[in-house]
Every structure is written in structure tokens, then in C-alpha cells.
Design a protein. Structure first.
Length: 299
């Protein structure tokens, strides 16, 4: 499932990009993880619709050949984007992970991103970033984009603890961890097809769970998004169904919940705490835990 392989992706990307992506967050608790025993082949989760013609992976700042998307941000503004090492190898279907980063300046329609740990700055196209507003002070019960060890994560704000903010991560496997964060990035989520939100992608009779990155304008609106395993994909907006950022349901209700990159029918067993649910999938073994963004009403 998408959330279950994020720790694995993070470990791999940390190996590739160790010099580029150190954590800027402070957390009092690390995140447990577990992965699916036999994940589906990555290629089966790639959109079958006609994507833009990809260019060479070395052709930064736009390795996927996305249409130009000017994003005007001043130096010092924060964003979530991809590391230079990941972009240099990017293809449709390859794994991408959103990291916290800082804008160093502009170069035409591209953003110049500060290198980490003394590394050189690099350019990215506007379609590869999620801007972070300045001065955000989330409130208790807000659903937010934030970070864990520099990686973009989804969380529910619990409370303020002196100069830190306690959050419950909602897009991880198993028992959702709580952390107290300071000096990290915050984006308060709103419902709809919005960058940073999760959505269900209708593909070949199934609903694939995807993370929205940027909207591509045109006669047929499309989205650059990340599917199972962080697989880069471009899909038609008409094939997307927004997943609510918050969800409520009664025990024994039939729901759609994320498993191995798809939204599958399940029965809600209980709401463990705000934002965290236990569900039992049809023809599955033990119950599973899912959070906001990974559960919705049946269509």
C-alpha cells in the first residue's frame, strides 16, 4: 500500500541522496513501519492514458516533459519538491518522493532550489513543486501537510506543547505515531482536487490511490501525481475522485480503504482515535489501520 512502502522508499532515496536531504524537523518519536509482503508489479499501477512525451532523465529541470508552469516564489520561500538525484533519473513510472526544500531564486519559469548540506543549487520546473505558505500556525484538529525527517507527510494536529506542535501522522502503516515538531513546514489542507491531497484514480475498473502534485492546464485538464510506490504518472482530471481530507463513519459501515495502492472495499471496525481507523478488508486476514486520506465512502 502507498503508506506502507513510504518508509522503504525513504530509505532508498536517503541512500541515493544522503548529501541532499537531511532533516530540518525535530521529532520526539520515530516512525514504525511495515511493508506489504508481496507488492504488485510497479508497472501495473502506471496510468494507461497518453502522457506527455518524457524527455531524457538528465534533462533537468523538467525530466518528465511537463508543460511549463510558472510558479513565482521569492528566495527563502519553502516548498515540497524532489531531490536533484531523483529528478536526474526520473521517468514516468519511476519512484519519486517529495522533500522539504527552500527556494534560492528564479531562473525564467524554473525555480532554483537550495542544495542541502553544502550541495550545489539545482533547478526544477514549477510542476514539480508544492508551495508552502509563510507564517502558517495550524490549529488543533487541522489536517496538514508537514514533514518527517525531511519527507512530506500528512498529519492531524493534536495540540501545542510549548514551542512545538504535536501531530499524529495519518499516512503510515500500523500504529500511527505521534511526534512533536518544531521549525517544519505546514500546509493546512482543504477538500478537493488540490496539490498534496490524495485522490482515487479510476483505471481499468479499479480505483488507484494517488497523491496529487500539480495540475496541468489545457483543453483536457490533467494531473501530475504519484501512484503506488511513488510512481510518477500523468492522468486525466476527469478520472480522479477526491478523497476527503477528513472522514467519519459508523462501525460496520462498508467503506473504501487503501491497500497496496488501490481503494478496496472493507468494513469499518472502529475509529481508534480522531483520524485513525481499523478496517477489515474483504477476503483478507487481520484488520488493518488506515488514516485520513486513505478512507472514503463507496462510490
Amino acid at each position: 500500500m502507498l503508506r506502507s512502502i513510504v518508509p522503504l522508499i525513504c530509505a532508498l532515496s536517503a541512500f541515493i541522496c544522503a548529501c541532499e536531504d537531511p532533516s530540518t524537523s525535530v521529532a520526539t518519536q520515530t516512525m514504525p513501519s511495515s511493508g506489504p509482503s508481496s507488492p504488485a508489479p510497479l508497472a501495473s499501477f502506471i496510468a494507461s492514458g497518453p502522457p506527455p512525451t518524457p524527455t531524457s532523465g538528465a534533462a533537468l529541470p523538467n525530466p518528465l516533459g511537463l508543460p511549463s508552469r510558472p510558479v513565482k516564489l521569492d528566495a527563502g520561500r519553502r516548498v515540497f519538491t524532489f531531490s536533484e538525484a531523483m529528478l536526474s533519473r526520473a521517468r514516468l513510472g519511476s519512484t519519486l518522493v517529495l522533500y522539504a526544500a527552500t527556494v534560492a531564486g528564479l531562473d525564467g519559469d524554473d525555480l532554483v532550489i537550495e542544495g542541502q548540506a553544502g550541495g550545489a543549487s539545482y533547478k526544477v520546473g514549477g510542476g514539480y513543486v508544492i508551495p508552502v505558505p509563510d507564517g502558517v500556525k495550524p490549529k488543533a484538529n487541522d489536517v496538514v501537510l508537514t514533514e518527517w525527517n525531511g519527507v512530506m507527510k500528512h498529519a492531524l494536529v493534536k495540540r501545542y506543547v510549548k514551542d512545538r506542535i504535536a501531530v499524529k501522522y495519518t499516512d503510515v502503516d500500523g500504529r500511527a505515531p505521534e511526534a512533536q515538531l518544531k521549525g517544519v513546514r505546514w500546509v493546512v489542507q482543504v477538500d478537493g482536487l488540490v496539490a498534496g491531497n490524495y485522490a482515487a484514480h479510476k483505471q481499468e475498473g479499479e480505483l488507484r490511490h494517488v497523491l496529487l502534485v500539480s495540475r496541468i492546464e489545457g483543453p483536457t485538464a490533467r494531473w501530475f501525481c504519484l501512484g503506488f510506490g511513488g510512481a510518477a504518472m500523468v492522468v486525466n482530471e476527469s478520472d480522479l475522485v477526491p478523497i476527503p481530507i477528513k472522514w467519519k463513519g459508523k462501525p460496520q459501515a462498508t467503506v473504501l480503504a487503501e491497500w497496496a495502492g488501490t481503494m478496496r472495499r472493507a468494513v469499518l471496525q472502529m475509529e481508534n482515535e480522531p483520524g485513525i481507523f481499523t478496517v477489515k478488508f474483504e477476503r483478507a486476514g487481520k484488520p488493518e489501520t488506515v488514516g485520513y486520506g486513505l478512507i472514503m465512502d463507496p462510490l
